[in-house]
Ligand binder design. Structure first.
Ligand SMILES: Cc1ncc(COP(=O)(O)O)c(C=O)c1O
Length: 388
């Protein structure tokens, strides 16, 4: 169909592509769960559908099932937050949480601070709300606070709007894998307070830590300024589409009222709750963390052998590896060669709100098996040599 009157605010949003499933392709493209690690929820699904039928086949409370809200609150309290059930909203994945934060707080033309590079789906969600994206660089300690301060100061002097929201993925950042240091977290909070900016802390990978000590979430360091987002996607299964927003009860109630879906699915909420109550959640998370550590190791070993010209920091957790290739490489073009050889990835261009470097790309090591990772990286090296 041509000539459709698409809204102006959606012009920067690319179409959502179906997953390429052609035979033999090894995919490093997206943060899919490892298929061999997906939990068997058959018994739990039967219990949820049979024993809880009046609840699970009915409209659920918009804010989510009270017991699941309580379970998530106690899970978050174990991290040091003050969260109660009242401050938890169940959503259809963290992405819906980002969208609801936009819906509740942003007017057209408002500004949002994002990192450069930034999680591409969040960029697309922001674009859909007709806002200005203020990109700020990041280094191996996280968001460059000095740059942010300079930008905020210049905007205030130039009469430009102060951003309303600052979006951060402080733990195992997507796409770079960087974890924000405690010092940097405190500096971000300090600056946000000075300028009256709300922080959206998107933290899906916190528990997927392979080594090193955890840093307190921003929400623990300042409960008043931070809207926390979490998800079962990276811990259990993305297909369940259940995540949460942790915020002040008033924010939670307002977001619930804006939820256009009538509440997240009670059947999946009950399944997750029964799974967690049966004590199966923590062992599963531990097992998946070990699995992903093996995937990470397979990828870094293969990269050193097959793509020695690549520069990367070894991530201590999460799903992704950010690769810097020689200046002459254009990762959008490299992708064509790579696909022909049976491997894919996401080119760096997807992670910048305005054009960025061409020679970077993201590899997800979550989905492919260690053997496939080894072979996929070999193909990537071959593609690189073919395109040179
Ligand atoms: C930073 C970040 N936020 C959110 C999500 C998606 O979360 P959900 O599946 O809960 O919508 C991802 C998944 O890749 C992510 O990397």
């Amino acid at each position: 169909m041509t000539g459709l009157p698409f809204a102006r605010r959606t012009h920067g949003v690319g179409p959502s592509m179906p997953r390429p499933e052609h035979g033999g392709l090894i995919s490093f493209e997206d943060g899919y769960a490892y298929p061999g690690g997906l939990p068997d929820l058959g018994d739990i699904a039967a219990t949820a559908a049979r024993a809880f039928r009046p609840e699970t086949l009915q409209y659920a409370p918009r804010v989510g099932l009270p017991e699941l809200r309580e379970w998530i609150a106690s899970y978050l309290r174990a991290e040091g937050t003050q969260v109660t059930g009242e401050s938890v909203l169940i959503v259809n994945g963290a992405k819906q949480g980002i969208d609801l934060a936009c819906k509740l707080f942003l007017d057209p033309g408002d500004a949002v601070v994002v990192t450069r590079p930034n999680y591409h789906s969040a960029l697309n969600i922001f674009r859909g709300w007709d806002v200005e994206l203020v990109e700020v660089g990041l280094d191996d300690e996280g968001l460059d606070v000095a740059e942010l301060e300079t930008r905020l100061h210049a905007r205030a002097k130039g009469g430009q709007r102060t951003p309303k929201l600052l979006y951060v993925v402080p733990e195992f950042h997507n796409p770079t894998g960087v974890t924000t240091s405690r010092r940097r977290r405190e500096a971000i909070l300090h600056l946000a307070e000075r300028y009256g900016i709300l922080i959206v802390e998107d933290d899906p990978y916190r528990r997927i830590r392979f080594e090193g000590a955890a840093v307190p979430p921003l929400q623990v360091l300042d409960p008043t300024r931070v809207i926390g987002l979490g998800t079962f996607s990276k811990l259990l299964a993305p297909g369940l589409r259940i995540g949460w927003v942790a915020a002040a009860p008033d924010v939670v109630r307002r977001m619930a009222a804006l939820k256009a879906d009538g509440g997240s699915c009670p059947l999946t909420q009950r399944m997750i709750l029964e799974y967690c109550r049966a004590g199966r959640f923590e062992p599963h998370v531990r097992q998946m963390t070990e699995t992903y550590a093996r995937h990470r190791d397979a990828m870094t070993t293969a990269l050193r052998a097959e793509v020695p010209e690549a520069i990367f920091a070894t991530p201590s957790g999460g799903y992704y590896l950010w690769l810097r290739l020689p200046e002459v490489v254009d990762s959008d073009r490299l992708l064509d060669d790579a696909k022909r050889l049976g491997v894919d990835f996401l080119p760096g261009s997807r992670f910048y709100a305005t054009p960025g470097p061409k020679n970077v790309l993201r590899l997800a090591y979550s989905y492919a098996s260690p053997d496939d990772i080894t072979e996929g990286v070999r193909r990537l090296g071959e593609a690189l040599r073919a395109s040179a």
